[in-house]
Write a protein that binds this ligand. Sequence first.
Ligand code: ATP
Length: 316
Amino acid sequence: MPNSPAVEVAGLVMRYGDKTAVDALDLRVERNTITAVLGPNGAGKTTTLETCEGYRRPHEGTVRVLGLDPINDRKALIPSIGVMLQGQGAWSGVKAMEMLKHIARLHANPLDTDMLADRLGLGDCGSTPYRRLSGGQQQRLGLAMAVVGRPEVVFVDEPTAGMDPQARRATWELLSELREDGVTVVLTTHYMDEAEKLADHIHIVDHGRMVASGTPIELTRGGTATIRLVVTKPFPEGAPASLQAALGPDIEVKPISDTSLLITGPADHTTLATVAAWCEQQGVLPESLNLGQRNLEDVFLELTGRGLAHTAGDTR
Ligand code: ATP
């Protein structure tokens, strides 16, 4: 269906026994975009993707990919989608390039496998058996396998987990080029910088629920400035409230930990002078005072009261 969105998920509920992993989730992905589903470990990102890929049947709600039902219309849909699973497997003894070429032969009009391997830095390990590839190399091979068939929509689950910075950049470039070529990319990640740099649209998921959606600029509200104040010893009791009172209602003060505060609003001379005077009055010594734009971490913190960056599995 040429005019349908690439992906349309409505009221999706997914359960594992008593646990509700995805809770009435709506998600719409327009064609020719990169969409990131961002959230901490266990948020329900993989389960949602697996449902779009036709590996799981919705317990409630509907899922359409290119206007088709991923389970009932599987035969019609499969040539149009590419899938990179988390911890993707391959036969342990198969050589990397053999595997990629095998997948390419299953498609009518595949990409040039040598070019793809070269782009993803797989050239040096083409004759290495799959089980001997590093985690990052296995990830890159998984991505190559997902895109080699020129899919219309590609689902990539945590595409850069375990990759070194160079491989991450190569992956981002490849995904951006795919979008230029008209491919729709749906990826999951818990790396904010990945979502912020790469995605046209970001959907933040937590506990199986959609907590915010928008472009990176919409989500970080463009020009709103932030000040991150970190002090050398824990704040006295009631400190955030007293700083809030000193700064007034146009500025928001949010505790991040007992030694750090996030101050959101116009970061002008008056704000800075007020923060400095307040520190003196409270007898706390600033260790750092960083001025910047509100980022996705701040947004996530505001929405959930928890940080996103230091979830399990995120080693950076
Ligand atoms: P991660 O970033 O760690 O991959 P995620 O956001 O992709 O997490 P899911 O893998 O979808 O989250 O898991 C959502 C919830 O469902 C988690 O609490 C998880 O423990 C649970 N879960 C996932 N798969 C299963 C399963 N096969 N059986 C039981 N519970 C599961």
